[in-house]
Write a protein that binds this ligand. Sequence first.
Ligand code: NAP
Ligand code: GCO
Length: 266
Amino acid sequence: MSDYLNFSLDGKVALVTGASYGIGYAIASAYAKSGAKIVFCDIKQEFVDKGLASYKADGIDAKGYVCDVTNEDMVQDMVKKIEAEVGVVDILVNNAGIIKRIPMCEMTADEFRQVIDVDLNAPFIMAKAVIPSMIKKGHGKIINICSMMSELGRETVSAYAAAKGGLKMLTRNICSEYGADNIQCNGIGPGYIATPQTAPLREKQADGSRHPFDQFICGRTPAGRWLEAEELTGPAVFLASDASNAVNGHVLYVDGGILAYIGKQP
Ligand code: NAP
Ligand code: GCO
């Protein structure tokens, strides 16, 4: 088959960070179905164990590591172990992320730094750990999970928006710096996805009515609904496969049209 139509990930090693549940889990599961060997990490052993049980229940033979992706020594150790136990990482998905919803003037500098550390510094640390072996192997795919906040601001998410905007530029820079080594680095910018991270925005009110933010997001999304993590998997497989070898430094927004829409008219 011509590479241009090759969406298979047969035999590839895919490392997805923070993939015990949520978006990372959905992407890793889709990679497994496309033929990849799955490796994932999470910051806590209990979540790695939970992730391993879920992959097993879905018939996926995944390998899980405990790793704080903000800790460069832990990341370097994990990547060495993966190379010895599974093989060189062909596909890295920087998915692990946190958010703190705090008005900017009430946020401490320390809280701001924590978000930047996980959402921006960690993708740098992770990419730096896998790129040398990708260069030796002659190819590599790095996919950074960006956000609507790579493009838009919103009250209370200053640190998250700064990090995800920075992640878009890190994506372009990895493309610029390692494109000649046949490494493609792209981003996925999910819209509003129903996962534990966004659960507080969907909670029912005491009187049983919908959360105002839930109504706001449905009004901002042409489809009028939250998206499911599984809806990111087709784009994620495309960006990990040979079919996207000429796509580099791009952020593919999978947002149900939010960025194209001014919002529901009154
Ligand atoms: P989630 O449900 O909160 O999952 C995030 C995962 O990252 C969790 O497994 C978490 O582990 C892990 N993690 C956090 N800090 C870590 C660290 N230092 N080292 C290793 N793992 C760590 O989030 P999600 O909604 O699936 O989001 C996944 C990614 O998509 C994030 O980057 C997020 O910003 C982005 N995103 C989400 C949405 C959305 O609407 N949900 C939209 C756009 C972008 P613990 O549970 O153990 O803390
Ligand atoms: C928020 C949300 C967002 C989403 C997502 C949007 O509080 O506005 O949590 O930041 O998680 O990143 O693409």
